[in-house]
Design a protein around this ligand. Structure first.
Ligand SMILES: Nc1ncnc2c1ncn2[C@@H]1O[C@H](COP(=O)(O)OP(=O)(O)OP(=O)(O)O)[C@@H](O)[C@H]1O
Ligand SMILES: [Mg+2]
Length: 485
């Protein structure tokens, strides 16, 4: 590949020194020509890099190719694939001006433009209008287990630019449950499945002349993190297996049904939930473990709950989190006026709420944490109802889909996370509540029987959901009035 890229660049008068040598599954996906291809594998095998390098090579080698890089939400793409794209794939081409970035306009989505007329458009399936009005030769969907089968079919209708000899939907993912629609689609051979392994990534393993692999120092550290994972996360992210957790607590939870897309205005801004819906905040305190603060809105008509904002972060104090949430919901504004008597301009800053105040702030039983939060925000809090088994059952009821309407009574809004915690990403831990639901399991006794008690691990986000459900649905609960001071 190196030679090919250098030759092409020379023809245009500039030499791009770009090196990429794919191995194993990553090489297979690089060379694949089928219409629908998925590369799956454990964490960090080089899947995304291989897909991005393929897009780059195709665009560089053929003029006027149109490629699209997509993820379920545009925001999540920015923190993952695009970092690899900019830092490793198009780095030299950006430096030499062979590729330039165009930030987008009301008509055109953001894209990377090649000197030969090829373009790589960037988009999210959460707001697809601008990107889906065009036709493409190759579309790469990152973390394809996040999208729906309808999304996939929609994307495929856009593959008809025909500037190259094949039109391709390229996808990557870590494995999900064995019954996931994408895995079933591969089983039915409607999509070609390519497996990748850690040995495919030269950062993690050196390939020795005799064909065996030797772990690199960076690889040893990474594999140690993976070896410390447990349960279904270990099986998927270390072993690359498509498996569902055994004894999963919230079997009713299905992202397809329970994670809702936002509505957007014409400028692409999320439309907030209605002003007259009651807001609740729920907090699970933590410092080494994630601190979780979630904001929920309740539809007054049917009592349905929508979780629309989530702070999920380690290594920050309660006071810092309190400041953070205040900056979001009631940012500081500066008011200026003319002091005519003294003939000077004066100003003062004050906070103004830009969304409804919560009618209750429900907290984990951490007296110190609650006091600090109350002091920093001036808002009262109340302790959560913590009956675990009853709370879980009530929450399961909310997640159940009504048999006739297909509607649940509890939803997570898509991409509600305020900021992804890089420490959690680097340590392959859940980074938001949605990550916890599939791996939250019941304890199993030594003789293999499932207990009435969940495993206390990666449960910070699911606990906050349970606290809110218990607050709303637990019969005979003590009524506690919110003190606002
Ligand atoms: N052939 C290669 N040569 C050099 N670096 C590579 C190669 N393949 C992967 N890498 C680097 O290894 C890191 C991990 O790769 P990548 O993000 O593509 O893995 P992944 O399989 O998509 O991970 P995840 O499962 O977390 O999505 C990236 O920094 C990438 O640039
Ligand atoms: Mg990836």
């Amino acid at each position: 590949m190196v030679n090919t890229l250098n030759r092409t660049a020379k023809a245009t008068g500039r030499r791009i020194n770009h090196v990429y040598a794919p191995r194993g599954g990553c090489k297979e996906i690089f060379d694949a020509r089928q219409e629908e291809v998925l590369i799956s594998g454990p964490a960090g095998t080089g899947k995304s890099r291989a897909c991005l390098e393929k897009i780059y090579a195709v665009c560089l080698l053929t003029p006027n190719v149109r490629a699209l890089i997509l993820r379920k939400t545009l925001r999540s793409l920015g923190s993952t694939a695009l970092v690899t794209w900019r830092n490793y794939v198009v780095k030299e081409a950006l430096e030499t001006g062979q590729v330039v970035y165009y930030g987008g306009s009301s008509e055109h989505p953001p894209q990377y433009r090649f000197k030969n007329g090829s373009t790589v458009t960037i988009g999210g399936l959460d707001n697809p209008t601008r990107v889906m009005s065009s036709e493409y030769d190759i579309v790469y969907v990152q973390e394809a287990t996040e999208i729906t089968i309808e999304d996939l079919e929609y994307v495929k209708t856009r593959l008809r630019n025909w500037k190259i000899g094949f039109q391709q939907l390229l996808m990557d993912c870590n494995p999900a449950g064995d019954k996931h629609w994408l895995k079933l689609r591969c089983n039915e051979k409607r999509c070609v499945l390519i497996e990748s392994r850690h040995e495919d990534n030269p950062r993690l393993f050196d390939l020795l002349p005799d064909g065996t692999h030797k772990v690199t120092p960076q690889g040893a550290k990474y594999i140690e993190i993976l070896d410390n994972l447990t349960g279904v996360r270990y099986k998927r992210l270390r072993l690359g297996l498509w498996v569902s957790a055994e004894g999963i607590v919230y079997e009713e939870f299905d992202p397809y049904h329970h994670v809702l897309p936002w509505n957007y205005d014409e400028e692409g801004n999320r439309l907030p939930l209605p002003e007259d819906w009651s807001r609740y905040w729920v907090i699970d305190f933590g410092l080494v473990h994630p601190f979780v603060l979630k904001c929920y809105a309740e539809d007054p008509e049917d009592g349905c709950i929508y979780m629309y904002r989530e702070i999920y972060h380690t290594q920050r104090t309660v006071a810092e989190h309190a400041q953070h949430i205040l900056d979001i919901v009631c940012p500081e504004t500066t008011i200026e006026w003319d002091d005519h008597i003294n003939r000077v301009k004066r100003s003062r800053t004050e906070r103004a709420w830009i969304e409804p105040k919560p009618v209750a702030i429900i907290c984990d039983h951490d007296a110190e944490g609650r006091r600090t939060f109350e002091k920093a925000t001036g808002l009262g809090t109340q302790p959560a109802i913590k009956f675990v088994y009853d709370g879980i059952n009530l929450h399961k009821e909310r997640l159940k889909l009504d048999k006739t309407t297909g509607i649940a009574r509890f939803y997570l809004m898509e991409d509600a996370l305020v900021e992804r915690d890089q420490w959690l990403v680097d340590n392959l831990m859940p980074t938001c509540t949605q990550d916890e639901y599939p791996s939250y399991v019941w304890k199993v006794s030594a003789d293999g029987r499932i207990q009435d008690e969940p495993v206390k691990r990666d449960d910070h986000g699911v606990d906050t959901d349970r606290y809110l459900t218990a607050h709303l649905d637990y019969k005979g609960k003590a009524r506690v009035t919110m003190i606002d001071y």
